[in-house]
Design a protein around this ligand. Structure first.
Ligand code: FAD
Ligand code: FES
Length: 496
């Protein structure tokens, strides 16, 4: 900016010690146009400087999820979407607006701070209202945190049959031999500080929605005022001889075994160290590693005798507020069958980390009667041979693919087309295109097949989404004077 920023713009108003405040000139005003962002350095800290609606804002540049530089992401109105896994942050406040991150960004305040926990309350003495959360995964955690962020003063009890506090499950298939301590989402002090009770090694055996109680495997019974069911799914085991040998363990938690046979479960995929595989036909295939991907099954057996409505495959049906058919009973995460807004409210089930978190948040808001619909856009990532593939949208039923880049170069963007519209995108080494598509889908605007096809290069593709509020007209001017390359690069924008 042309003038030295005021202390209020780039200092930490939360800071206890005014001497820790930093004020630095970071750029010229003309360096940043409206709708743009850039990374600047203030006292050796990366800061994301944005200009939106004429207003300059500065928030942390490092995504609170896995630390991606947000300046390489996608800015749209008041929010920036991370290029790696799609977290969104409000550029004016640094608040998290879309998962999978769980923390907010510093808002050019405590510039030394890498992350910030959104302001949260605690239990209020005398408030007896009890929210019971079944499962200690992504959905339960975001529900608990949102309740406290929204100043819910009652009792929150999170119950899981695992022996670990909520942890980042997505790491299990990416980082082998990971230490359990390093993947915890929050530590015990956090739960104590915000009065969130976490009961470990306790399995729900039944739910009585008339009495509003849940019975556990240790014989205890807990009553609730409101209930979240988010016990997720588990991998289907391979039903073959040898699976029950003593030294074979299914690894879908952070547990790890150094036995003759090693298992690593990646969502629904099982990696086995083996010698050979015998097919039904009798054919023997020598193999060192076997990858089994035979799907997951819902952890919902304990609901079978309840009045909670389930699908034929035992997923729990919910509406767009994550209500089940029973009052005060909600479901979220991998176990929920829900109407997906971007798929014209088709009832589907999605096993994505970010979607489970988003649903946990919607549950909390609706528990508090802050009526809120689920409208998150699915965003998924996975790592294969060291490369991250990102995916957004809902591609089921696609009939065509529009490809940018080359598979062979390991740099591509695949746009999934159905009914002449882009319904999903997958990308490798093509950031922030997948985030750009997610952002466009989140605004409810259609990307037509024509738009997807016209755009030849990544930079134009990016521009297309950046200027999505404009009508795009491809004009071929002075064709005689242009090289073929220039012809396809010329693109003009006109206001609608
Ligand atoms: C190895 C692995 C890798 C993954 N990688 C990715 C990825 O890269 N990106 C992505 O988007 N998603 C990924 N996923 C999917 C993602 O982890 C899930 O979508 C997400 O965890 C679902 O959250 P949830 O809260 O619904 O359930 P979960 O996180 O599964 O939590 C459910 C909890 O409930 C507990 N529970 C079950 N039954 C009971 C009971 N009766 N009583 C008490 N507790 C019970 C379970 O033990 C579990 O702790 C991965 C999953 C796995 C397993
Ligand atoms: S690093 Fe930003 S969403 Fe994961």
């Amino acid at each position: 900016m042309s003038t030295k920023p005021s202390r209020g713009e780039l200092t930490d108003s939360d800071s206890e010690n005014p001497s820790e405040e930093l004020t630095e000139v970071v750029c010229l005003e003309s360096d940043l146009q409206d709708g743009q962002m850039m990374e600047v350095e203030v006292g050796h800290h990366g800061v994301l400087l944005t200009r939106s609606g004429g207003k300059y804002s500065a928030i942390g540049n490092q995504c609170t999820h896995y630390g991606a530089p947000l300046s390489k992401g996608f800015i749209s109105g008041n929010r920036v979407r991370c290029p790696w896994h799609g977290s969104c942050f409000n550029v004016h406040t640094g608040d998290l607006e879309e998962y999978p991150g769980i923390d907010c960004l510093p808002c050019h305040k405590t510039l030394r701070q890498e992350k910030r926990i959104k302001r949260m309350g605690t239990a209020v003495p005398g408030v007896t209202h009890t929210v019971l959360l079944l499962g200690g995964g992504a959905a339960s955690l975001s529900c608990a945190e949102t309740l406290r962020q929204e100043n819910f003063g009652g009792r929150i009890i999170m119950v899981t049959r695992e022996d670990l506090l909520p942890y980042d499950k997505t790491r299990l298939s990416k980082v082998m031999n990971v230490e359990s301590d390093s993947i915890l989402m929050r530590r015990m002090e956090f739960f104590h500080q915000y009065d969130i009770e976490v009961w470990l090694r306790k399995e729900a055996l039944s739910v009585d929605t008339d009495k509003k109680t849940v019975t556990f495997d240790d014989g205890s019974v807990q009553s609730y005022d409101q209930l979240l069911i988010s016990t997720g799914c588990r991998a289907k085991g391979l039903d073959v001889p040898g699976m029950n040998l003593g030294n074979i363990k299914m690894l879908e938690t952070n547990e790890k075994k150094n036995t003759n046979t090693e298992f690593f479960l990646s969502h629904s995929v099982l990696f086995l160290k083996v010698k050979e595989v015998v097919l039904k036909s009798g054919k023997v295939i020598p193999a060192e590693v076997l990858i089994v991907g035979i799907g997951t099954m819902p952890n919902s057996e304990y609901l079978k005798d309840s009045k909670i409505q389930m699908t034929s495959k035992n997923f729990v049906k919910v509406d767009k507020y994550m209500h089940t058919n029973v009052p005060d009973v909600f479901c979220g995460g991998d176990l929920a069958m829900f109407p997906l807004a971007i798929a014209k409210n088709r009832m589907i089930n999605i096993g994505h980390w970010q979607m489970a978190q988003a649903q946990g948040r919607i549950v909390a808001l609706n528990m508090l009667n802050k009526t809120t619909e689920l409208n998150s856009v699915p965003f998924y990532w996975t790592v294969l041979v060291g490369k991250t593939i990102r995916y957004t949208g809902y591609g089921e039923g696609y009939t065509e693919l529009v490809i940018k880049g080359q598979f062979e170069d390991r740099k591509f963007l695949a746009l999934y087309i159905k009914d002449e519209e882009v319904i999903a995108a997958a990308g490798l080494n093509f950031d922030p295109a997948v985030s750009a598509v997610a952002e466009r889908l989140a605004t409810g605007k259609v990307i037509t097949k024509d738009e997807a096809q016209y755009v030849k290069s990544f930079s134009l593709f990016y521009t297309l989404f950046l200027y999505s509020h404009l009508l795009i007209i491809l004009v071929k001017l002075n064709l005689n004077n242009m090289t073929p390359e220039r012809q396809c690069r010329e693109i003009y924008f006109c206001e609608k």
